[in-house]
Design a protein around this ligand. Structure first.
Ligand code: G3P
Ligand code: MG
Length: 256
């Protein structure tokens, strides 16, 4: 199946890392914080544990958001799931677990939360991570895909071209987006080679001309991580279609 680029059919504002900076990132607690504020769309990060089971995690090592030492890939998922991903943030979140990706995605689906799943491979595990996330996403949303309800289906994104290529190989029916901090001169060739439908980029490097170029080529355009409402409005005026934010307190999900 060939996925053609198209305009953004998803929510405009996403909570970054599950719930922005009002709760520990990439946890169910963050998700709940966003839900309390009306958010029903998120971006979050996914990485493989040692046993190949994906977990919701940003860093490839422990220590910043999860109590412990070593790499994520040194532990099985069940071990990570028993670790504390909350106390770095606040005592009230002590014991908040590292979510298993499947459980986290099922929770989102059950609560009508749309997902931008960022494939975040630990170094050297791009192909396995991309393929695993895509396979699971395709299985979880098999009914929606079969029904053509693509607005409900998650969007996979990654900075890793290999991970996106692998996702396309394993589950071409789950849409993909190229994450690029800065748009490379050959951005369109890169997007075409993984049949991406959207470009996700750091708003700090975007210009009105680049935004026009992306939109004119028919790709969706998403920015990370926009925390100032004035800047968000400016980006939307350039043709940016959606963005994620850490400041779910300053920017409401119906921001326009
Ligand atoms: O997916 C957009 C954004 O999350 C990329 O940066 O480091 O927060 O995953 P990072
Ligand atoms: Mg991310």
């Amino acid at each position: 199946m060939t996925t053609l680029p198209g305009s953004w059919r998803y929510p405009r504002v996403l909570a970054h890392r599950g719930g922005g900076v009002l709760a520990p990132e990439n946890t169910l607690a963050g998700l709940r914080e966003g839900m309390r504020r009306g958010y029903r769309a998120i971006e979050y990060d996914i990485m493989l544990a040692r046993d190949g089971v994906p977990v919701v995690m940003h860093d490839p090592y422990l220590g910043r958001t999860v109590l412990g030492t070593g790499n994520v890939f040194d532990y099985d998922a069940i071990e990570l799931a028993a670790m504390d991903a909350g106390s770095w943030f606040a005592r009230e979140h002590e014991g908040e677990p590292v979510p298993l990706f499947v459980e986290f995605a099922q929770f989102c689906k059950a609560h009508g939360i749309w997902m931008n799943m960022e494939i975040k491979p630990a170094p050297g595990y791009d192909i396995e991570t991309g393929g695993t996330v895509a396979r699971i996403a395709a299985a979880l949303f098999a009914d929606e895909i079969a029904a053509g309800d693509m607005a409900a289906v998650p969007l996979l994104s990654s900075f890793s071209h290999l991970a996106l290529a692998s996702a396309r190989e394993v589950a071409p029916e789950v849409p993909r987006a190229c994450l690029m901090s800065e748009l490379a001169p050959d951005w369109e060739r890169r997007a075409q080679s993984v049949e991406a439908i959207a470009i996700h980029t750091n708003h700090k490097h975007l210009t009105p001309a680049l935004a026009r170029e992306v939109r004119a080529a028919g790709y969706g355009l998403f920015c990370y991580t926009v925390n100032d409402p004035v800047r968000a409005r400016e980006l939307l005026s350039w043709g940016v279609e959606a963005f994620c934010t850490d400041r779910i307190d300053l920017i409401k999900p119906d921001f326009a």
